[in-house]
Design a protein around this ligand. Structure first.
Ligand SMILES: Nc1ncnc2c1ncn2[C@@H]1O[C@H](COP(=O)(O)OP(=O)(O)OP(=O)(O)O)[C@@H](O)[C@H]1O
Ligand SMILES: [Mg+2]
Length: 393
């Protein structure tokens, strides 16, 4: 099975692109399901059909589902959350606050990710398209199941031990019921599923993340940040999709400046995402809904391409820790002329220029306080070493 996740800022066109991509895959004969967690039900609007919380077949080879985050949350986490709320409220935390702090960060938006595990195991679909991007929090949750598990076990080791011998005493002591075995099993199951989803999503042969942007500076900047963190956590991004480009046939002088700006911003996209393939879709003369406009969007994006193929292998930059407590930023630059290199650095950004080639990379937090030690071309890559500042401890 192939999994394609469309991620990007609010309103850029993730739902439209997910629906168009799913339709395209289905019409190529691939059994395709598109899932979304959007409570506003925009996937249904986009496809112009009612879609429920269970997979629903819309036409040959095409299924869709609007995942109910609350339902998934209750199913996996509800019992244990009730217990924690009880525990917190007795210690004087207000109900409403207790409820907030007992939600696993990122879980609510990430509920749809749990379905990925199910669909991969069932192996019925050829392609799974995911709309409603996992937020940074969700990705962190997936990247760190061990940490989350550690946190959970710390919290419950006490009650587990107590459960065995002192269960009868626990109630007066903690003034609440202990979570029963069934709840603990459910939580254990949740962590196992998260582990497995992370493995599936970080397997580059199976899963591709695609970054959806509009040709607007702020959107591009924020998406660069997402891209850096996706790389850091080991998720493979294989394309950038630029949606809403003013087409050539728009010649009204009113839009002339917009078109110019868009051109400049598309150049920024190339600087930001290096060799990642860039798929483009025009701004249509109406909104995108219903099968006909979705088909037009799919044609514009993929032309003769198969959306289910892996469009790019490897990464356009990679950050790894070194033994000396620093980091190595490696930028593969197979085509660059290696003669003159310029680096411009601000705390959280690095711009490099090698001949006519420019790249702009958003740096993760761990590198902000480090300085550049050296930069070398080695094995078709530019390797930049980040080291502690002189005098810093
Ligand atoms: N290329 C396009 N041309 C014209 N209209 C578009 C285009 N792409 C998307 N739209 C319209 O823009 C609106 C927002 O698109 P969409 O819902 O796909 O964005 P989204 O990224 O899923 O938003 P959200 O973050 O709110 O979920 C919709 O009304 C859609 O029909
Ligand atoms: Mg949407």
């Amino acid at each position: 099975m192939r999994i394609i996740v469309h991620t990007g800022k609010g309103g850029v066109g993730k739902t439209s692109i997910s629906a168009a991509t799913a339709l395209r895959c289905a019409e190529m004969g691939l059994k395709t399901i598109v899932i979304s967690t959007d409570t506003a039900h925009s996937l249904g609007d986009s496809l112009d059909l009612e879609i429920g919380p269970e997979p629903q077949q819309l036409r040959d080879n095409l299924w869709a589902q609007e995942v109910d985050a609350r339902y998934s949350m209750d199913k996996y986490w509800g019992a244990i959350q009730k217990y924690m709320i009880a525990l917190f409220t007795q210690r004087g935390v207000k109900d409403i606050v207790a409820e907030e702090v007992t939600i696993l960060p990122g879980f609510e938006e990430g509920a749809h990710l749990l379905w990925i595990d199910k669909y991969v195991r069932e192996n019925f679909y050829d392609v799974l398209i995911v709309d409603a991007a996992p937020t940074a929090e969700t990705l962190r949750l997936l990247s760190l199941p061990d940490v989350t598990r550690w946190w959970f076990e710390k919290l419950f080791n006490l009650t587990r031990g107590v459960g065995k011998f002192l269960r009868p005493l626990a109630k007066p002591l903690l003034r609440t019921e202990l979570p029963d075995q069934d709840s603990l099993d459910k939580v254990d199951n949740l962590f196992k599923t998260l582990d497995s989803v992370r493995q599936l999503l970080t397997n580059p042969e199976m899963s591709s993340l695609r970054l959806v942007v509009n040709p607007e500076k702020m959107v591009i900047k924020e998406t660069q940040r997402t891209y850096t963190y996706l790389n850091l956590y080991g998720y493979a991004t294989d394309a950038v999709i630029c949606n809403r480009i003013l087409p050539d046939e728009v010649t009204d002088p009113y839009f002339a400046q917009w078109k110019d700006l868009q051109k400049q911003n598309i150049a920024l996209i190339n600087e930001a995402f290096g060799e990642l393939p860039l798929l483009k879709a025009p701004m249509f003369n109406r909104d995108v809904n219903g099968m006909d406009t979705l088909r037009r969007l799919g044609d514009a994006l993929y032309s003769s391409r198969n959306p289910a193929e892996v469009m790019f292998k490897g990464t356009t930059h990679q950050i790894t820790p070194d033994q000396a407590g620093g980091y190595l930023l490696s930028v593969p630059l197979p085509f660059a002329d290696k003669s003159d290199l310029d680096l411009y650095r601000s705390a959280d950004e690095l711009t490099l220029r090698v001949g006519p080639y420019r790249r702009n990379i958003v740096l993760p937090h761990a590198l902000w306080d480090l300085e550049i030690g050296d930069a070398k071309f080695e094995q078709a890559a530019l390797n930049i070493r980040f080291i502690a500042k002189a005098g810093a401890n």
